[in-house]
Design a protein around this ligand. Structure first.
Ligand code: UT7
Length: 337
């Protein structure tokens, strides 16, 4: 296989979505939209919204706890913590440091990765690198967590209907005796030329927060949806083919595909380009909308817990997001012991 070091395993998964459900009909009461438009253009029927006072780190903690439970590891066995997010609790310190404290972990390295909707796949490669490079790291917790409701422009119907809040987590381990999904490879890429296609201009060093920047709605997510759609399909198809080639696995042998859950039409188009049946894709975009860095680990956790993924099956994960960034990975699933 493509690994040039010890194998790394997904030994546990967990996810969390806030209780509050916002349906398409609920949304049609405050923006000019309809359930019919949202369902036919995106497949989304509802999304979850964080409770008052509930922040990204709280959702990350819930998902991480469940993943650690499945992996049967305690707080003292976590050797590093990575949070993939574009909606951190605050600009700094990292959300990972806040989660480390809330989970009661030891004085381990904790940091955030920002690759937007590809953040979980970027985090996988980062965690894999840490585990492969130094045997003192045995378990890394990686969480994709987002409170997108905090950066959505609730007056912009073209974007506000698309996103939701949630978190998904994995425990990655170099202990092969514990079982789990073996990561066979990761492919990543970025093209900063297309950065303006999805971005939040305000709140950084370019447009610091001022009364004017807030009034000009600079602190909300902006997106050119149509352009992103085309590039997303292209990048995900290429990501899928590249990782299969790297791992020397045939497309026909893939048992399950978990794409970033942004829009069912993007997923259908990727499936059709790859000539794969949609039955291989356990999608949940209808329930959660686009949860950015949380979307792949949330869908992975639901697929595993509902026994959608059988032992010995190849699982292909592909993501795409702001940056623009993309990433893909192939895992051979075996239930953790
Ligand atoms: O994680 C990666 C991040 N981003 C994405 O994955 C998004 C990728 N893009 C998309 O999913 C799609 O482009 C959208 C769902 C955002 C939009 O679908 P579309 O088929 O590309 O529609 P459109 O933007 O071309 O808009 C078509 C029409 C427009 O009206 P006119 O100009 O034709 O009169 C929009 O104003 O639909 C209108 N529209 C809406 N109508 C009702 C836009 N949003 C809404 C809405 N309800 N919520």
């Amino acid at each position: 296989m493509s690994n040039h070091g010890p194998s790394i395993y997904v030994r546990g998964t967990g996810s969390y979505a806030p209780e509050k459900i916002l349906t398409n009909d609920d949304m049609s009461k405050f923006v000019e939209t309809t359930d019919e438009w949202i369902v036919t253009r995106t497949g989304i029927r509802q999304r979850r919204i964080a409770a008052e006072g509930e922040v990204t780190s709280d959702m990350a903690v819930e998902a991480a706890r469940k993943a650690m439970e499945m992996a049967k590891i305690g707080p003292d066995e976590v050797d590093a913590l990575i949070i993939a997010t574009l909606t951190p609790d605050m600009l700094f310190p990292s959300t990972a440091c806040i989660v480390q404290h809330k989970l009661g972990l030891g004085p381990i390295p904790a940091f955030d990765v920002d690759a937007a909707c590809s953040g979980f796949i970027y985090g996988l490669e980062t965690a894999r690198g840490i585990l492969m490079a130094n045997p003192k790291y045995k378990n890394v917790v990686l969480v994709g967590a987002e409170k997108l409701s905090s950066i959505i422009d609730w007056e912009d119907r073209a974007t506000c209907v698309l996103f939701g809040d949630g978190a998904g987590a994995v425990v990655l381990s170099r202990d092969e005796t514990a079982g789990g999904g073996e990561l066979l490879g990761v492919q990543l890429g970025a093209n900063g030329k297309n950065a303006p296609l999805i971005h939040m201009p305000g709140g950084g060093s370019q447009i610091p927060s001022t009364v004017d920047s807030v009034q000009a709605r600079q602190h909300f997510l902006k997106m050119n949806g149509r352009e992103v759609f085309k590039l997303a399909v292209r990048a995900m198809v290429k990501g899928a083919n590249d990782i299969l080639e790297e791992c020397d696995v045939n497309l026909e042998d893939v048992g399950c595909v978990i794409p970033h859950q942004a829009n069912i039409r993007i997923i259908e188009s990727v499936a059709s380009h790859l000539k794969l049946s949609l039955d291989l894709f356990p999608n949940n975009v209808q329930n959660y909308g686009n949860t950015s860095a949380a979307s792949v680990p949330l869908a992975l956790d639901e697929a595993i817990r509902s026994n959608r993924i059988a032992d010995g099956e190849y699982v292909l994960m592909i993501a795409f997001g702001a940056g623009l960034t993309w990433g893909s990975t192939l895992m051979k699933w075996n239930s953790p012991k």
